[in-house]
Ligand binder design. Structure first.
Ligand SMILES: [Fe+2]
Ligand SMILES: [Fe+2]
Length: 252
C-alpha cells in the first residue's frame, strides 16, 4: 500500500504550477530526500507466489537496466543551460535513479534471478532521447518515468510481501517527484511558445506515449497478470498520469 513518508514530495496546487521553475527549491527537495532516504537492503531470500516470481523478475530486469543509465547526455545538455543549481538537481536525480537500480538489483537477486546487460526497449529509449536537445531528452525520459511510476505503484499495491511493497512505495514517491521536477522545468522552457505549437507538441508526445505504453503492456503482460492488474486498468492509469503531466508541462 502506498504510504506517505517524511520525504514525500509535496503535492502541487494550480497556484504552484503557475509559478516559474525554481532549481533552488528542487535542489532543496533532492538534498532533503537524500538525507531522509531509508536504506533498504535485500540480502536474504524473498518469497512471493511461484506464478509471479518469474514474470516479476523478467519485468524488474528491464526496469533495472533503465534505472542504471549514466545520463551522460542529460548531464551534457543540462550543462549547456549554464545553471549550476539545475546541474546539481540533475546529478541528484540521476543518483536517485541509480539507487533504484541498486534496490531492484538486490530484489532480483533475492528472488533468485539474474541481472541482464541490455534490452531492446532501453536501447530504443536511449536512441530517441539523444535525437535532439535537452527538451526532447526530457519528453522521452518522462514517458519512461510515467510508465515506471505506474508499474511500481501496482507492485506497491499488489505484492503480498510487505518489505517489497514498502520499498516500491518509496520508489513511487521518488518517481512522482521526478515527473513533477521535469514537468516544472519544461513548463518554464515552453511557456512562451504559441499555444498551437504547444498543442502540436502535445499530440506528438501523446502519440509516442500511447505507442510506448501499448508495447509495455504487451511486453510485461505476465507480470501485470500476476499482479492481478488488467492491461486496460494499467493503460488507464498511465493515461491519467500522462494527461496530468502533459497539462502541467505544456500549460494546456
Ligand atoms: Fe527510478
Ligand atoms: Fe525516475
Amino acid at each position: 500500500m502506498l504510504k506517505t513518508s517524511a520525504h514525500c514530495p509535496q503535492t502541487y496546487t494550480k497556484e504552484d504550477a503557475d509559478t516559474s521553475f525554481s532549481a533552488a527549491r528542487w535542489l532543496e527537495y533532492f538534498l532533503d530526500n537524500k538525507q531522509n532516504r531509508t536504506v533498504t537492503q535485500f540480502s536474504d531470500d524473498l518469497s512471493i507466489s511461484q506464478e509471479l516470481q518469474e514474470p516479476l523478475i523478467r519485468s524488474l530486469q528491464r526496469f533495472q537496466i533503465g534505472e542504471t543509465g549514466e545520463g551522460k547526455h542529460l548531464k551534457k545538455f543540462a550543462k549547456e543551460k549554464k545553471d549550476p543549481i539545475y546541474e546539481q538537481c540533475i546529478d541528484l536525480f540521476l543518483k536517485e535513479e541509480h539507487s533504484h537500480a541498486r534496490i531492484l538489483a538486490e530484489m532480483i537477486a533475492a528472488l533468485d534471478g539474474n541481472l541482464i546487460t541490455w534490452h531492446w526497449s532501453d536501447l530504443v529509449f536511449i536512441l530517441l532521447r539523444r535525437a535532439l536537445g535537452l527538451k526532447t531528452e526530457i519528453f522521452i525520459l518522462l514517458i519512461a518515468e510515467i510508465v515506471g511510476k505506474c508499474f511500481y505503484l501496482q507492485c506497491a499495491r499488489n505484492l503480498k510481501n510487505e518489505r517489497l511493497s514498502d520499498t516500491f512505495s518509496v520508489i513511487v514517491l521518488d518517481e512522482i517527484a521526478h515527473v513533477e521536477f521535469h514537468c516544472d522545468f519544461l513548463r518554464t522552457e515552453l511557456i512562451t511558445y504559441p499555444q498551437p505549437v504547444r498543442y502540436a507538441i502535445y499530440w506528438a508526445w501523446a502519440t509516442l506515449f500511447y505507442a510506448a505504453s501499448l508495447v509495455f503492456v504487451l511486453d510485461h503482460r505476465l507480470a501485470l497478470a500476476g499482479l492481478e492488474v488488467s492491461q486496460r486498468k494499467f493503460l488507464d492509469d498511465c493515461s491519467t498520469t500522462f494527461h496530468r503531466a502533459a497539462s502541467r508541462a505544456l500549460a494546456i
